[in-house]
Design a protein around this ligand. Structure first.
Ligand code: SF4
Length: 524
């Protein structure tokens, strides 16, 4: 009896594939799904880029399939893709044996980068047709992905100015040397017959100067905001750094807890089967202002209307809530906590000995003072005061009214209580010398209160759980198996294209997994 399994193939056999290349790829191999879905895309615009004549080009559909399939397998570098085309059976099948070199692959990606948005849309179209998308619950969220810019290649305003000055000096020196060389050659060969062109270094320096100038403009914009600031805040603003390898990126807090040049990609995911229905990238620190873009893109791509929008606590801004009300979308977002509310949960102040723990409520009952939320300063938090819309006043924890006092400060109206003087809680309610507790109300408070009230519904809380279940697998797959933790390309437009490729790859991967599962169940 043999101890070990015998080799299946003889290395010197003339062919190792079975009858055909196609037969060597199983019928359930996901590469077939990539080929099938991407073959549905309209390639006319891509093909129009190649007028013909000269050496034939690689077909754009085949090259695009290579990139999307490569991104789904975590193979993104053009050299690795070139290797895969020569050595991986599934890639050989997908490419029908074509083997473009890495320069061709990289050039193709750069040349067509803005068109990958259309490819992403095709993948969404296929998912809609297959019934994998219903747009009943659409979750919107963003993440951080590192830019192709080292952490060290960032500069402050003063640092960038010094670097630019060094480049200007170097350019001037090269021009002076070139002029002297021209004069010397004029003397040797006669005027106008100079065989020399401007040195390559000058071209590189000019390009570098353009990039640094872009970074400098960004750093200047950041310090603009520091005007009028004093002391540490001004120093901090002036110390802010701008990336100069990819000046479109920005230094932001990343998921590892540090700061690095990053972009903020976002997605809109349909919770029925976790398909991405909208995607984009911003270089803003927050993705919340792009909520409207995400919803509009999702509706435009699928041709369906969003019923409920799920998002985390950064999203229910006044603009986003107003947009939802206008569009008739049900916003299911964690209510936006004010700074005071955040601090209220962290109050460490002990209850003062000379303040009673209980007091009589205006309606005759008693109130436990300790159970009233207190802010960081130890005083009753604003969340303990209830707004009475009908009478335009607040009601304090002891049931006394706070009425409008004075005018409106900025966008806030102020309300004051006139019963504080004799209140046993006055010491833990206000530090005002006048012994009158005041509460401010922002002009947009009503929309937030309506939203917070809606979110108390148990059904809403159940729906809110869908957000995590929809979003986390998407970012987990793109950053995990697909390996997109850092963009390969630079500049916002290119980065957007790369994110579209990754999103298209995710959708087809998801489609293939669902199909495989359905087939398994059908066989069972
Ligand atoms: S101090 Fe004034 S506002 Fe505060 S609980 Fe007492 S009566 Fe109400």
């Amino acid at each position: 009896m043999k101890r070990f399994i015998e080799p299946r193939l003889d290395r010197f056999q003339h062919t190792f594939l079975r009858e055909s290349l196609d037969e060597s790829i199983g019928s359930d191999n996901p590469v077939r799904v990539y080929d099938f879905i991407l073959s549905r895309h309209d390639w006319a615009e891509w093909e129009g880029e190649y007028p013909g004549g000269g050496r034939p080009s690689y077909p754009p559909d085949v090259m695009c399939k290579l990139l999307v399939y490569g991104y789904s397998r975590g193979i993104r570098s053009s050299r690795q893709l070139e290797y895969a085309c020569r050595n991986n059976r599934d890639f050989i099948w997908l490419m029908s044996g074509l083997t473009p070199d890495h320069d061709t692959i990289a050039d193709f990606r750069r040349r067509h980068i803005l068109r990958f948005k259309g490819v992403f849309r095709t993948t969404v179209g296929a998912c809609v047709e297959a019934g994998l998308v219903d747009m009943k619950h659409v979750a919107v969220d963003g993440t951080r992905v590192e830019a192709n810019n080292s952490r060290r290649k960032t500069g402050t305003l003063s640092g960038l100015k010094l670097m630019l000055k060094a480049i200007d000096d170097r350019i001037e020196k090269i021009l002076r040397e070139a002029e002297a060389e021209d004069r010397r050659e004029d003397e040797l060969y006669g005027e106008g017959v100079s065989p020399n062109e401007l040195p390559d270094e000058l071209k590189d320096l000019t390009k570098r100067k353009d990039i640094l100038e872009k970074a400098l403009r960004k750093a200047q914009a950041k310090t603009e905001g520091a005007k009028g600031m004093k002391g540490k805040r001004k120093d901090d603003a002036e110390k802010k750094r701008a990336p100069y390898t990819d000046p479109d990126a920005d230094v932001m807090k990343d998921k590892k807890g540090g700061f690095a040049p990053n972009y903020t990609p976002w997605i809109a995911g349909d919770s029925k089967r976790g398909i991405i229905v909208g995607e984009g990238v911003t270089n803003d620190h927050s993705d919340a202002p792009h909520f409207r873009d995400a919803i509009e893109e999702a509706e435009d791509t699928t041709g369906l209307e969003v019923e409920q929008a799920l998002a985390d606590g950064n999203y229910p801004t006044t603009e986003n809530l107003e947009y939802c009300e206008e569009k008739g979308i049900d916003p299911c977002m964690a209510p936006l906590k004010t700074n005071l509310e955040r601090k209220a949960t962290k109050c460490k102040h002990p209850w003062p000995d000379d303040v009673p723990e209980r007091a009589v409520h205006a309606d005759g009952g008693t109130v436990d003072g300790r159970s009233i939320p207190r802010g960081k300063n130890g005083k009753f938090d604003k969340s303990a005061f209830v707004y009475d819309e009908k009478n335009d006043r607040y009601i304090c924890p002891l049931g006394h009214p706070l009425t409008r006092s004075g005018g409106v400060r900025g966008k806030r109206a102020m309300y004051q209580c006139k019963k504080c003087k004799d209140c046993p809680f006055v010491k833990v309610c206000t530090s005002s010398m006048s012994k009158r507790r005041a509460v401010g109300r922002e002009a947009d408070a009503a929309i937030h209160e309506r939203h917070a009230l809606r979110m108390l519904d148990d059904k809403k809380l159940e729906d809110y759980k869908l957000r995590r279940r929809t979003i986390e697998p998407v970012f987990g797959t793109i950053k995990g198996p697909q390996g997109l933790r850092k963009f390969l390309l630079r500049n916002l437009d290119y980065v957007r294209g790369e994110w579209s490729i990754a999103s298209a790859a995710f959708n087809i991967k998801r489609f293939a997994n669902i199909l495989r599962l359905a087939n398994k169940l059908a066989v069972a």
